[in-house]
Ligand binder design. Structure first.
Ligand code: GLY
Length: 368
């Protein structure tokens, strides 16, 4: 088992453990004196089917009482209605401030459960057990929690640090291809914004990553989580550098919304990353060769570099309703080189539209 400790405001925060089963969970929980506490596993219908009973069995012996709440799978349920249902369940089960929540699932489960943990009785401990690559690489670390509001992504939320992130890497073997590679986009992002050697390593290990070689996956996640740790330790509440993690997200979120969440988050991040790299080239931060290399490196990982039938004006409009604004200007994340991202507030509408056109694949292109 490997372990990374994440500091929070320069004080000891929480550990991320990397392992290959749920067997070490009871030992990990000993540090939190669970014998006198109730635990609620919050999960979704899909993950519940695979791991729900197993987790109930394992946790049964570690705490006063364990209960489970599963809500229907999917981004459309990451909302205040689900939060309300979880509050209701916790009240009925008489959960108090000393009790504990466990988020078992992907990003939707982690973000929603974390938000409940941040707000129920003004705050209750929670543990992240991420079961998707996206959640393991990104959303389970750093304490961003929240839900969507209408179709505005992550519009309501809070920072709430987990007390433990427990990664069972064997859960990655049950992911379908699309979901697995969607998560990989966030890993690629970490290399592109902060660590060129990691980026090179990803390319060198392309075959093993696509085949989900477990040893390579472990090294990949540890290196990726170390990038995220470094960023969130320096800037836990996104006053500065943490915004670099939004690389690919400004246009990515806009596409996600325009496509009515039919594309996966990581697929939209890949598209947004290509668009941001294109703007970086046009602003002469990146060379043309670097731009094409970045764009083409998403392809072997089954990630899209173009999308059909988007309306550039609609995407532009959505980029402006994104949270990543500062006094009315978009905080765009661009690349100065592979492994070095910068925040730029000078990107014009014309530059954004040109980038959207670059990734917009129309029927006409197909027949040209
Ligand atoms: N997913 C971006 C962040 O954690 O800041």
């Amino acid at each position: 088992m490997e372990r990374i400790s994440v500091m929070y405001h320069r004080k000891p925060g929480y550990d991320i453990v990397f392992t290959h089963s749920f067997d070490e969970l009871p030992t990990e929980l000993e540090a939190f004196e669970c014998k006198g506490r109730k635990i609620c596993i919050v999960t979704d219908s899909k993950v519940d089917e695979i791991y729900g009973e197993q987790l109930l069995g394992i946790l049964g012996g570690c705490c006063k009482k364990v209960v489970k709440y599963a809500f229907p799978n999917g981004e459309k349920n990451k909302n205040l209605d689900t939060v309300r249902e979880i509050y209701r369940f916790l009240i009925e089960e008489k959960f108090d401030r000393k009790d504990l929540l466990i988020a078992l699932g992907g990003g939707v489960v982690g973000d929603t459960t974390g938000f409940v943990a941040a707000t129920y009785l003004r705050g209750i401990d929670f543990i992240q057990i991420p079961t998707t690559l996206l959640a393991q690489a990104d959303s389970s670390i750093g304490g961003k929690t929240g839900v969507d509001f209408d179709s505005y992504k992550n519009m309501v939320g809070a920072f709430k640090m987990p007390i433990l992130v427990y990664m069972n890497l064997s859960t990655l073997t049950t992911l379908d291809e699309r979901q697995y590679f969607s998560g990989f986009a966030e890993i690629m992002k970490h290399g592109l914004i902060k660590d060129s050697m990691f980026y090179e390593w990803l390319i060198e290990n392309m075959y093993e990553i696509c085949e989900r070689d477990i040893k390579v996956l472990e090294e990949m996640l540890i290196r990726s989580c170390n990038v995220k740790k470094m960023v969130v330790e320096k800037d836990p509440t996104e006053q500065g550098d943490r915004a670099l993690l939004n690389f690919g997200h400004t246009i990515g979120h806009a596409i996600e919304k325009a496509k009515n969440f039919e594309l996966y988050h990581g697929e939209c991040v890949a598209l947004g990353a290509v668009a941001a790299a294109y703007i970086s080239w046009k602003k002469e931060l990146l060379s043309m060769d670097e731009y094409y290399e970045i764009r083409d490196m998403f392809v072997p990982f089954y990630l899209p570099i173009s999308v059909d039938n988007i309306d550039p004006q609609e995407i532009l409009k959505y980029t402006k309703s994104d949270k990543k604004m500062d006094s009315g200007r978009i905080k765009f994340v661009l690349l100065k080189k592979i492994g070095k991202a910068v925040i730029d507030q000078t990107v014009t509408d014309e530059e954004i539209l040109a980038a959207i056109n670059e990734i917009n694949f129309s029927e006409e292109d197909a027949h040209a």
